[in-house]
Design a protein around this ligand. Structure first.
Ligand SMILES: CC(C)(COP(=O)(O)OP(=O)(O)OC[C@H]1O[C@@H](n2cnc3c(N)ncnc32)[C@H](O)[C@@H]1OP(=O)(O)O)[C@@H](O)C(=O)NCCC(=O)NCCS
Length: 324
């Protein structure tokens, strides 16, 4: 039997095969970036942080034909790295790999799976659409560097209160309130419970309570500013910020951004990055006016999985519970 006529086997990579599978998945990037991703994921597997079942491969006999990587993350989300196949792979191999991912995720508590596609990935869009994903939005990746950071604490008319366990409910409530009328991925509003959303934010970079801030004005909570450290990249990330609807349009967003830049300088980091929904014009303009420049962009494809126990209408709007 010729290799191309052999049956296609789709399954979890083995301890012997996963390195090649990772190499194939990340071959979509420039060689230095591909090597870095392969190194990071190899380490994650060795450390037990990424279970081997997150690396799925397609094989014909001994030959690796295709692979896909899926990371289940805190906050009931999963990130799918688009399937990659060899040049002479049987038609439909990518789709079969992705369907395998979907089937596996359906059996877990995952609520939202997403994939970030580059412009080069036109074919991926078809494959993801066929597997029940839909184009959610485009994300702009912005960066501001040290020359934009204030040297002294910005004289904002706002207070910034660091996170502590006792104010978790207040933070959860204020985060939810900032989603009302928001232009930041509004399609996801109510898809996940706020505590899942916070778990996802917390899993971004390195969390510290000093970097999660409740924003107040004259004793009233008006917003939040959530930052994370990425020490390896000498970078802080603005994971999320928001103002409640009644606090918008007063120029306060600028104070949140300036405060974030000042804290980044205080921490001795060189860069502050943020990912923003390209359709969120007030936010995009705000970042641009404060020194942020674009460095990359991605198309987000997402699939929402049914809630095993429906939250019910308005449940995501109900006062936040204190599950941690
Ligand atoms: C993005 C945000 C922080 C901007 O802060 P801000 O202090 O309102 O910004 P500005 O005061 O400079 O307002 C900019 C303009 O956008 C308008 N605007 C702000 N948010 C808006 C919204 N969600 N929908 C429609 N218009 C909005 C303001 O009314 C203002 O209009 P004006 O110039 O005609 O007065 C704030 O809109 C917000 O918290 N939005 C929800 C969460 C969000 O999008 N976060 C960004 C995550 S990356």
């Amino acid at each position: 039997m010729s290799p191309s006529a052999e049956a296609l086997f789709i399954g979890t990579a083995t301890t012997d095969s996963y390195v090649d599978a990772l190499g194939l998945v990340f071959s979509q990037f420039e060689p230095p970036q591909a090597a870095e991703y392969s190194r990071i994921f190899d380490q994650a597997i060795r450390d037990g942080k990424l279970p081997l079942e997150g690396v799925i491969e397609a094989r014909q006999g001994d030959r690796l034909i295709g692979a896909v990587v899926c990371q289940v993350q805190p906050g009931r989300t999963a990130v799918v790295w688009p399937p990659r196949v060899v040049a002479d792979a049987p038609p439909g191999t990518s789709g079969r790999l992705l369907n395998e991912v979907v089937q596996r995720l359906s059996g877990k508590e995952v609520r939202l799976a997403s994939a970030l596609l580059t412009k080069r990935d036109a074919k991926d869009e078809e494959v993801f659409t066929a597997s029940g994903f839909a184009h959610l939005t485009d994300l702009l990746y912005l960066v501001s560097t040290a020359e934009d950071f204030p040297f002294s604490r910005p004289s904002a008319p706002l207070d910034f209160e660091p996170y502590r366990l006792e104010i978790h409910c207040r933070l959860a409530s204020i985060v939810e309130a900032t989603y009302v009328g928001s232009l930041d991925c509004p399609q996801l509003d109510g898809v996940r419970d706020v505590n899942d959303v916070l778990a996802g934010y917390r899993d971004t970079g390195e969390f510290s309570p000093e970097r999660w801030l409740v924003v107040g004005h004259e004793g009233r909570d008006v917003g939040c500013l959530l930052l994370a450290d990425h020490p390896q990249e000498d970078t802080w990330e603005l994971v999320y910020m928001g103002l409640i609807a009644s606090a918008r349009g007063r120029g306060w967003g600028k104070w949140l951004v300036r405060h974030a830049q000042w804290l980044t300088r205080q921490a001795g980091r060189s860069r502050l990055v943020v990912a923003v929904d390209s359709t969120n014009t007030p936010a995009v303009e705000l970042y641009g006016a404060n020194g942020f420049r674009g460095w990359d962009q991605r198309r987000v494809y997402a699939r929402v999985f049914p809630e095993p126990r429906p939250l019910g209408p308005g449940a995501a709007r109900s006062p936040a519970t204190c599950d941690l």
